[in-house]
Design a protein around this ligand. Sequence first.
Ligand SMILES: Nc1ncnc2c1ncn2[C@@H]1O[C@H](COP(=O)(O)OP(=O)(O)O)[C@@H](O)[C@H]1O
Ligand SMILES: [Mg+2]
Length: 286
Amino acid sequence: MRNLITSGLRKLVKSESRYSPGSRQADVVSIATVKGGVGKTTTAVNVAAALAADHGKRVLLIDLDAQGHCSASLEAVIGEGDGTTMVHEILLSDDDLEILDAAVSTEVDGLAVTPADPGLADAEGRISQKIGKELLLRDALKVTRTHFDLILVDCPPNKGNLTLNALLASDYVLIPTDLSPLSVKGADELIETVLTVRERLQHQVEVLGVVLTRVDGRTVKINENIRQTIEEAWGELLFDRHIGINTKIAQAQLAGEPIFDHAPKSRGARHYQNLAEEILERLDDN
Ligand SMILES: Nc1ncnc2c1ncn2[C@@H]1O[C@H](COP(=O)(O)OP(=O)(O)O)[C@@H](O)[C@H]1O
Ligand SMILES: [Mg+2]
């Protein structure tokens, strides 16, 4: 199974011209917030896997965080061989490179991912010198998005140039947060950034929703105040489904595989399946 999806796809693309368009038109969804450790990568990886495995979607997961945790979280199922160019090289190149050139396939049918790219740390500053510095990722997805149904972009935990590139390339943004005050503040800052992008850069990226992650039943009472505050502030932006704290989720990440492969009957697996369904419903409604 390894390499089947993307390599087949890449051959198809390369047999005619370098990048011939496919017949799809992916929705691009960034997973972003101004805070680390809240479950962005875990959500990106498991939602991507659920959409591919359970819903038959062709999904590309782009890792824009220099820490490279997406591919680490998929290490046990990731293909080898493809992915000839690093994401930061594609973004910084003056040639018409496409993210497709970075993608590697996985053993999860329909799921491709970009590999860890430590060069993204350095790219954050170098991007500033480019003309149209916020539009580099959008440009590099022109053809790529015609080969997928969904593209998820896992962002670094800040509002830097890479996150801005993700927002400008995206139709939607999905904001994970736990119930700690600093995480909630981080989510709120990201919503503000989205509004600024919409107003100042005239790009109509929508907040698909805020999803509560790492929800701990034992501390729900302590967090009740925060919960009420965010329900009032975010209203319908809050996803109905949340992700509970579940050690199987962390173990799956360590084992380098989606929760559905690692512990298919776990609460974590069920929660991510439910979230993936709600994401599809929200995308369909738009
Ligand atoms: N629902 C959860 N239950 C238990 N552990 C979780 C859960 N979600 C995330 N984690 C763990 O929390 C840590 C941070 O998650 P991660 O997705 O890497 O956050 P971020 O990408 O926002 O920095 C990781 O070790 C991950 O395994
Ligand atoms: Mg992360």
